[in-house]
Design a protein around this ligand. Structure first.
Ligand SMILES: Cc1cc2nc3c(=O)[nH]c(=O)nc-3n(C[C@H](O)[C@H](O)[C@H](O)COP(=O)(O)O)c2cc1C
Length: 366
């Protein structure tokens, strides 16, 4: 087993156990690659308001802990996207910030899919109650963009990257693609900035890993083997993060022992030092409507990066731990603002794709 393959780092005893168990399970597990592939097959629209087609693309969006905290329903004008608060993660995300960002990611995919099918979509946010996103759909000429084509290929790639600088023209293309009303990004690529950022991520991560409630919540969303990832259709499959497969009972038992500050620190340092650059996202205001805009902007950034052959992932620890937000904002030249996302990008090989729940599970009656 390679060093990086350890379940987020582990002591020798746990490692030996994990290695043995990984071998044991691999003889009896379903073929993950075969099961996950249909999720990313292109689907043709039966018309500009084909809800199944739209949701097929929307559900592939980035979302915190892969909880997929959304439902979709047909409306007289188009589609409503609602939060599914039963899928909130109150420890890491007490004000549902990530949840609304995730809804924005899904909405952006849906809008791109609508455009490709010959429908111009307009998004509005209704703040009442839990809030909902309304996408009005009107027939238009189809627009098939490189961002739409990248939806099936985008993933969070949490491995070490290959290092090296990203050309200025590529950075400009990422900035242009992610331009969105109500939010902004700051790109960090200079070594001294990245060193300071690494310190912030590590310090915030130390705090998270020392919080038993955080570890417990994260463990609930871990899927330690293909069978559990496929059965639930959600969560963080260890194979998608380059970690070994374990029986669920063993993974859950080992997780608090292998998810340690030392192991995580080492992993983060490897990731940051091999990363070409970071994008920090900032909303103009801290409310769900603006967090949705951040999600749309981030999804477009991620799709453009994918279209340009880059990989990306999030290291959101200094956003999630409030004590580190002010330093992060200052580092990114946005003193006084609340940072929303910390995204790293660079070159790397793909990892297995994450799973999604069936379309029927997330589509509600109109
Ligand atoms: C608001 C938000 C916060 C996230 N935070 C993190 C994070 O801190 N660390 C991480 O590895 N991934 C993070 N992710 C990525 C999700 O875990 C990922 O999108 C999800 O597991 C689905 O996988 P995919 O992006 O490969 O489709 C975040 C995504 C969103 C939208």
């Amino acid at each position: 087993m390679r060093r990086r393959d350890v379940l987020i780092g582990a002591g020798a005893g746990a490692l030996a156990l994990a290695g043995g168990a990984a071998t044991y399970v691999s003889t009896a597990t379903p073929d993950y690659a075969r099961a996950v592939a249909p999720l990313r097959r292109p689907r043709a629209a039966r018309g500009p308001r084909d809800l199944e087609y739209l949701v097929q693309y929307a559900r592939l969006a980035a979302n915190g802990h892969n909880t997929q905290p959304w439902t979709f329903a047909e409306t007289p004008g188009g589609v409503a996207i609602r939060p599914d608060l039963s899928r909130a993660t109150p420890v890491v995300d007490p004000d549902d910030h990530h949840l609304y960002v995730s809804l924005g990611c899904a909405a952006e995919n849906l809008l791109l899919a609508a455009s490709a099918a010959g429908a111009a979509g307009a998004l509005s946010f209704e703040a009442e109650g839990e809030g909902r996103l309304l996408v009005d759909v009107a027939e238009a000429d189809p627009v098939r963009s490189d961002l739409f084509d990248a939806i099936l290929l985008r993933q969070s790639t949490r491995s070490d990257y290959a290092g090296g600088a990203v050309p200025a023209a590529t950075l400009a293309a990422l900035e242009n693609a992610s331009a969105m009303g109500g939010c902004d990004i700051a790109l960090l690529t200079a070594k001294p900035e990245l060193t300071q950022l690494e310190e912030l991520i590590v310090a915030a991560n130390d705090r998270q890993v020392a919080n038993p409630a955080f570890v417990k919540e994260l463990a609930q969303w871990m899927r330690f083997n293909p069978r559990s990832a496929i059965a639930s259709g959600d969560g963080l499959y260890t194979g998608s993060t380059g970690n070994p497969r374990l029986p669920s009972w063993l993974g859950r038992a080992l997780f608090p022992h292998v998810f340690t500050p030392d192991a995580e620190r080492e992993k983060i340092i490897g990731q940051v030092r091999s990363t070409s650059g970071f994008a920090i996202f900032f909303a103009d205001r801290s409310d769900p409507a603006h967090w949705v805009q951040v999600g749309r902007s981030f999804e477009r950034f991620a799709l453009k990066a994918t279209a340009l052959g880059l990989r990306l992932a999030l290291l959101n620890q200094p956003v999630e731990e409030p004590a580190f937000r002010a330093d992060l904002a200052a580092l990114a030249g946005a003193t006084g603002k609340r940072p929303d996302l910390v995204v790293r990008f660079g070159h790397a090989a793909p990892l297995p794709m994450s799973f999604r729940r069936p379309i029927a599970d997330v589509v509600l009656p109109a």
